[in-house]
Write a protein that binds this ligand. Structure first.
Ligand code: Z5A
Length: 201
């Protein structure tokens, strides 16, 4: 089973992923968490380049680097784990590319980005995608003490477009579960667990 978590920065993905991993462990179900970009030596190296505020790049270059990191992660880690019946939890997957590089940067038309995503994910589609939906001001309040990476420097209107992208995806994909991320972490976790346990059974 492949589960992804999506949303703008600070929406609480990492917190929820950790709660879900602990719950699956308590249920004695094998689960592995991987992040995008990252998760393999090469993909972590690409992550360092992508988030480095001192490196400028063209939006298409950015799209290609996210895709390259994804192709490695899927072939080296995600697919082999799924073949061993491990539940894979992804902290972001290609929906982030649609939201950030498509709606946010406008690097390529969405159809072209969808094709690129299909190639980079080697055809893999998540069984469930949790979209933690939060307002921009609340998300930036949560992140106010954290250092900004290259992408986070893009500004308010960029993030408005990214959020519009996630809302578009949630409205148009059955695998998406939209959750109000302004709730307490435990409440969000219960909503996540209801959907995961339903799928497991
Ligand atoms: N990116 C892209 O552009 N294209 C792509 O295809 C992919 C990614 C895959 C990766 O950043 C960047 O790459 C990201 C998108 C881009 N960038 N931007 N901008 P990352 O992996 O370093 O980080 P992130 O994914 O943006 O998320 P984050 O900053 O780590 O935040 P989070 O995981 O969503 O939230 P959190 O760490 O769980 O919580 C943040 C804070 O809020 C923390 O203090 C928590 O204690 C608090 N929190 C969490 N939940 C709650 C609730 N429910 N209430 C109150 N407070 C809470």
């Amino acid at each position: 089973m492949l589960i992804s978590f999506e949303g703008i920065d600070g929406c609480g993905k990492t917190t929820q992923i950790e709660l879900l991993r602990e719950r699956l462990n308590r249920e004695k179900l094998p689960a592995e968490v991987l992040r995008e970009p990252g998760g393999t030596d090469l993909s972590e190296t690409i992550r360092g380049i992508l988030l480095n505020p001192d490196i400028m790049m063209n939006p298409v270059t950015e799209l290609l680097l996210f895709s390259a990191a994804r192709s490695e992660l899927v072939t080296q880690k995600v697919r082999p784990l799924l073949e061993q019946n491990v539940i894979v939890i992804l902290d972001r997957f290609y929906d982030s590319t649609v939201a950030y590089q498509g709606f946010g940067r406008g690097s390529l038309p969405i159809d072209a980005i969808n094709q690129m995503n299909h190639v980079a994910a080697h055809g893999l589609v998540p069984d469930l995608t949790f979209y933690l939906d939060i307002g921009l001001s609340e998300a930036s309040e949560r992140r106010k003490d954290m250092e900004e990476d290259r992408i986070e420097r893009a500004g308010q209107s960029f993030y408005e477009r990214v959020r519009e992208g996630f809302n578009y995806l949630a409205d148009n994909n059955e695998r998406f579960v939209r959750i109000n991320a302004a709730q307490a972490p435990e409440q969000i976790h219960e909503a996540v667990w209801r959907r995961v346990s339903a799928l497991l059974s």
